[in-house]
Write a protein that binds this ligand. Structure first.
Ligand code: ZN
Length: 474
């Protein structure tokens, strides 16, 4: 979808093509573009001359003779293409303007979501689509009115900015860029954005939009501002489209979440989430003491769930047992968990299949438990976090580390099958070490239990600080 910089680029490309030109005729090939007012539209436009063009947010404004104004919204795929009269119109031409210099201008829109609105100089700013728009960042000198207006908005800042009612001109791509540059988490309720942060949002919006306009916008998918102009800004995007890539500033992996249905990419380190609820994952090697860490969170009135417990409960369900037996062709002998364990021991390749069934179910159960809870800290012990790629579900990841020697000693007390165990140990160690940069807090469990508990309590204090949205953000 073209955003403000792209629409500004379209305006700049189009202005020399149409300025001073009289529209000799117009064909409406798709009535919905002109709100089904085909005949009115033709007589409105015909024989008028384009005096100038302007832009409000993502709306293109054509100023015509006789005080007429044509408002054009490109929406998803709309574009203008200039052709000679004897050239064929474009494939998705919806409205064709025939100009007095032997050229024609095709409004091309494969999805036909774009709209053209007839108005006049006196009223066009009051048309409902335009009137609700907030000021462009370029026109904001004082953020106080924004701060006041936003105080009534509980929606996430990302959603509030996309609505165009606070400020206009930031679409999905640039909201992600601006929030990343401003170090604000996209889920922060708009009413909690403080004055400094609004100043940051406005100054970063000005900088990013100006830079994008300078570079001709971002060419994403099908957008083309004009012949021979390509958006270069896409090569400069630091947040949008960079899920799972390393953040340019702090070397954490960027995460992708949905905010009111819109895909959103952010850096969990640069854009720390503040205010409840906070979702916390506990990961760690086997026998590292994850359950003790979870227990400590439970004492701090968190909602605590354990994936191992969830898996245990899932395996007890008849329907799930049947599904696994069918998909993996497990021999039904004796107790289910025992039969499954034997099956995997003899068919190690089926572990992937099993995980494909179980991981989504565990994810669903964790989400359901969190949804039900009113606690401010929602904590899950998730040994499978990295393997199941569940990082995006959580705001904070706590890792429990342990020296290998101590780990093996503790494990030998638990388990007798040493060779299988050592392999698993190695796999888990590698997984943990590979993802070290994604872990926000690491606790070491090489000492006694009291030391571990103390370390966890200090992490809980730090996490609880984030629950208070009024604290100064660093
Ligand atoms: Zn970062």
């Amino acid at each position: 979808m073209p955003e403000l910089p792209e629409v500004e680029t379209v305006k700049r490309v189009l202005l020399p093509i149409v300025k001073g030109r009289t529209i000799k005729d117009v064909e409406v090939l798709r009535k919905t573009i002109v709100n089904n007012l085909e005949n009115e539209f033709i007589s409105f436009i015909k024989n008028e001359t384009v005096l100038d063009m302007s832009r409000i947010g993502k709306f293109l404004i054509f100023h015509l003779t006789n005080d007429k104004v044509l408002i054009s919204h490109l929406r998803m795929e709309g574009k203008y293409i200039e052709l000679l009269e004897n050239e064929d119109s474009t494939k998705y031409a919806r409205v064709v303007f025939h100009l007095d210099n032997g050229h024609k201008l095709c409004y091309d829109d494969s999805r036909s979501f774009g709209r053209m609105i007839m108005s006049n100089e006196k009223d066009y700013l009051n048309e409902k689509e335009i009137a609700k728009l907030g000021p462009e960042p370029f026109d904001v000198d004082d953020v106080n009115p924004l701060l006041e207006k936003a105080k009534r908005i509980s929606l996430p800042i990302k959603t509030a900015l996309l609505s165009q009612e606070l400020i206009t001109g930031l679409g999905n791509i640039y909201v992600d860029e601006v929030l990343f540059a401003s170090k604000i988490h996209p889920l922060t309720p708009a009413k909690l954005i403080n004055k400094n942060e609004w100043e940051k949002i406005i100054s970063e919006s000005k900088r990013i939009l100006a830079e994008a306009i300078e570079l001709g916008g971002s060419t994403i998918k099908s957008y083309h501002p004009g012949k021979d102009i390509n958006g270069e800004f896409q090569t400069r995007l630091l947040a949008y489209g960079r899920n799972r890539q390393i953040c340019v500033l702090r070397h954490a992996f960027m995460r992708f979440i949905k905010v009111n249905g819109r895909g959103t990419t952010f850096c969990p380190r640069c854009q720390i989430k503040r205010g409840a609820p906070l979702k916390i994952a506990i990961v760690g090697k086997i026998a590292s003491g994850k359950s003790t860490v979870l227990e400590e969170f439970r004492k701090a009135n968190s909602c605590c769930v354990s994936s191992d417990q969830i898996v245990h409960e899932l395996y007890a369900q008849k329907a799930i047992q049947e599904l696994i037996i069918k998909k993996l062709k497990v021999k039904e002998e004796g107790e289910f968990v025992e039969a499954l364990r034997n099956h995997i021991a003899n068919n190690s390749k089926d572990l992937d299949k099993l995980e494909k069934i179980v991981h989504p179910l565990v994810k669903k159960e964790i989400e359901a438990a969190f949804k039900k809870s009113k606690a401010k800290l929602l904590v899950a012990e998730v040994p499978l976090l990295f393997k199941a790629n569940m990082q995006n579900m959580f705001d904070i990841i706590v890792g429990v580390d342990i020296d290998e020697k101590i780990q093996i000693e503790r494990l030998q007390l638990r388990d007798k099958e040493k060779s299988a165990l050592l392999k698993r140990l190695n796999d888990e160690k590698n997984l943990f070490n590979e993802h070290l940069s994604e872990i926000d807090f690491i606790v070491n469990n090489n000492d006694n239990l009291a030391c571990l508990r103390k370390e966890v309590r200090s992490i809980i204090c730090k996490v609880e600080d984030r629950l208070n949205p009024l604290l100064p953000r660093t």
